[in-house]
Design a binder for this molecule. Sequence first.
Ligand code: NAP
Length: 310
Amino acid sequence: MTDNNKALFPRTAIIGVGLIGSSLALALREQKLTDDIIGVDQSADVLARAKKLGVIDTAEGTLASGVKDADLIVLSTPVGAAKELCASLAEHAKDGAVIIDVGSIKGAVADAASSLPERLYFVPSHPVAGTEQSGPEAGFPSLFKDRWCILTPLERQDAPYLDAVEKVKTLWQGVGADIEVMDAAHHDLALAVTSHLPHLIAFTLVGAADDLESVTQAEIVKYSAGGFRDFTRIAASNPVMWRDVFLNNREAVIEALGRFTEELTALQRAIRWGDGEALHKAFERGRDLRKAIVDAGQETAAPNFGRDES
Ligand code: NAP
């Protein structure tokens, strides 16, 4: 709630009421940052479920009717839909509406936003928070608490746009996130290393294990606690979302993949030649990095990732 008891964004339209869209809807309502939430989704079934769960107040079948009176429009679909959605918002969003997205890629989203007129204020956002689940049932309001949200504002310096950027910062801080501002290209390279590459490796590893004829499916399941199951959690992520991530961040991912392949080849060589010193050095780096992540509060230090095995 703002000082004069008026919600920061009285009316909000959430386009794509899945894990992230519903989490944000729940958090905005909990923090009284909005009064009224309209859901728009390509799936009528998702909308009906979101309404039943109390995630949204109203379900709208079309984007045009859903956004026409919205003060805040949240694009929470896979990134591949951004271009078409922006073209539609250019026609149907009301003057002065603030638009945010939550996409894991920012360069392609900035390109999509270039079709928007100046009367609309798009502030690209990426909450670095999520799970491997999808759909409105997976949403929960504390998802963004103590997580980073990266903003990559467009190259606009007009006062109303800068005001919109400040309002979007207030929004994300209001739902518990810490804000970082950077340019879209830097975001896409950083996230290629910290998120996209690990997902690619998990998809590859799980696929390769599945293909290995000498290891039966039963053994994969039985001994998965040996490390494999942590990769399966990542590999269970939404296939459409990840398809769009790799289609829209090609260059940065290929760069990160090149570095990774070099490191892997060096380790392969160390194993082949029995170079224990090189292996020890490489694994020590892993431990140090993990410690730094735990020290920064981005992960629990509890054994077994804090899993309750009881
Ligand atoms: P999700 O649970 O699958 O939700 C996406 C929703 O958008 C689905 O209901 C989908 O419908 C709908 N949708 C797809 N295209 C649409 C369109 N053109 N118009 C209207 N609705 C449409 O996915 P999510 O995990 O919330 O991901 C949403 C966004 O958040 C993605 O851009 C992703 O990059 C970003 N993100 C995800 C995570 C994460 O961990 N999941 C973290 C940070 C950011 P259908 O079910 O019919 O396809």
